[in-house]
Design a protein around this ligand. Structure first.
Ligand SMILES: [Zn+2]
Length: 372
């Protein structure tokens, strides 16, 4: 019986009774309905709190858990995916001892991932289901911490001085995702960040520690930092958005939008000022208003994907994004495995395993099916 990962469009009780939801993004929970009755759904506690269903089975991170799939024992370990809150990679150890890692969506930063998920240090993976959102050598955006530094510098520059009260900073965010960027800017500037009541309710489900929740406010008149849907970060919608709010400051002279996405990298940069850190941001202006494109991605860059494959050395790689045909999937695998085969000096620190490479066959998948 297969285990279905993020593939609720394929769900049928005759096919499987065991499902995994890696995180609460629509392209992963799509197909999951309120009348769900196809079987158990495993996920992390934050993810399952957000979705709510009697069929949900929360699993703790970094804790091997025994489940039964079609009568066969499987050991499952949820790992932090370094993506949106609650997002997990899922490690499956089958009854024959084979290991499969389905990453869901993830941002591979080797140091961060190994620190959060020590089990990754000593794996001999048979199969890696990989988030290939940025499987193209053009996407080599910087680490998140550098983008956070650059954003802090840019926002700080706009808020500095007497014009501060007439400047509004809008952070674009998904319903879930990009939180670390605006929270870190707020924390480092000693300010709170406005979120509307619906977003606040969502974030309450995550049960963050009090020191993090205290950075949030639902009073938009109390702070120049606001979180808005990412689609609002454009001219002139940004200005309309600001004017529509019943804030004390309704006549903002300058509206600054922060548009965080990996897709912005490669555009014009250098307009931010404030030193070399701000030069990471792209900059567009219209009148007094500014939009910064921040290459703040919660998916892995191409360089990071290569590093992931190089480090984990799976026998087989299965792409899960932008691989709608077998040809596209094969091309992604070939690109990654050939790049990963190039030696790096840093690999000296990697414990040796017998299964090098990973140029296995690929199949197009929008979700992932692991045979148990
Ligand atoms: Zn996602």
């Amino acid at each position: 019986m297969p285990i279905i990962v993020d593939g609720f469009h394929y769900a049928a009780s005759e096919l499987s009774r065991v499902y995994f939801l890696t995180h609460m993004h629509a392209d992963h929970y799509g197909g999951l309905t309120r009348s769900w009755d196809c079987g158990l759904i495993y996920g992390t506690e934050p993810t399952l709190r957000l979705i709510g269903s009697q069929f949900l089975r929360p699993l703790p991170l970094n804790t091997p858990t025994h489940i039964t799939v079609g009568g066969a024992p499987v050991v499952v370990t949820m790992l932090d995916a370094n993506h949106c809150p609650g997002a997990a990679c899922v490690l499956f150890e089958m009854v024959d001892g084979s290991l499969t890692l389905h990453v869901g969506d993830f941002r591979w930063d080797r140091e961060t991932m190994l620190q959060m998920n020590p089990v990754l240090r000593a794996l001999q993976l048979d199969c890696l289901y990989l988030d290939t959102t940025y499987c193209d050598a053009r996407y080599t955006f910087p680490p998140q911490r550098q983008v956070i530094d650059a954003t802090v510098a840019a926002v700080s520059q706009h808020l500095r001085g007497s014009a501060h009260a007439s400047t509004l900073i809008l952070f674009g965010a998904y319903s879930l995702g990009k939180e670390r960027l605006y929270l870190e800017v707020a924390r480092r500037l000693g300010k709170r960040v406005f979120v509307d009541k619906a977003r606040h309710q969502t974030l309450l489900c995550l049960r963050w520690p009090p020191e993090t929740m205290q950075l949030l406010t639902t009073d938009q008149s109390s702070t120049p930092l606001w979180v808005v849907p990412i689609s609002h970060i454009k001219f002139p919608a940004m200005r309309t958005h600001a004017a529509s709010r019943k804030a004390l400051q309704s006549d903002f002279k300058c509206v600054v939008g922060i548009q965080p996405t990996g897709w912005t990298f490669g555009g014009a940069r250098g307009g931010g000022g404030g030193g070399s850190a701000a030069a990471l941001l792209s900059c567009r202006r219209q009148g007094a208003d500014v939009i910064y494109g921040a290459p703040y991605s919660e998916h892995s860059s191409f360089t990071e994907l290569v590093d992931c494959v190089r480090y984990l050395r799976p026998r087989r790689v299965v792409p899960t994004v932008n691989c709608g045909t077998a040809e596209k999937a094969r091309a992604q695998v070939a690109l990654l495995t050939s790049a990963a085969a190039q030696p790096l000096l840093s690999d000296a620190a990697r414990p040796s395993v017998s299964a090098a490479g990973g140029a296995g066959s690929a199949q197009p998948l929008s979700g992932g099916i692991v045979e148990a």
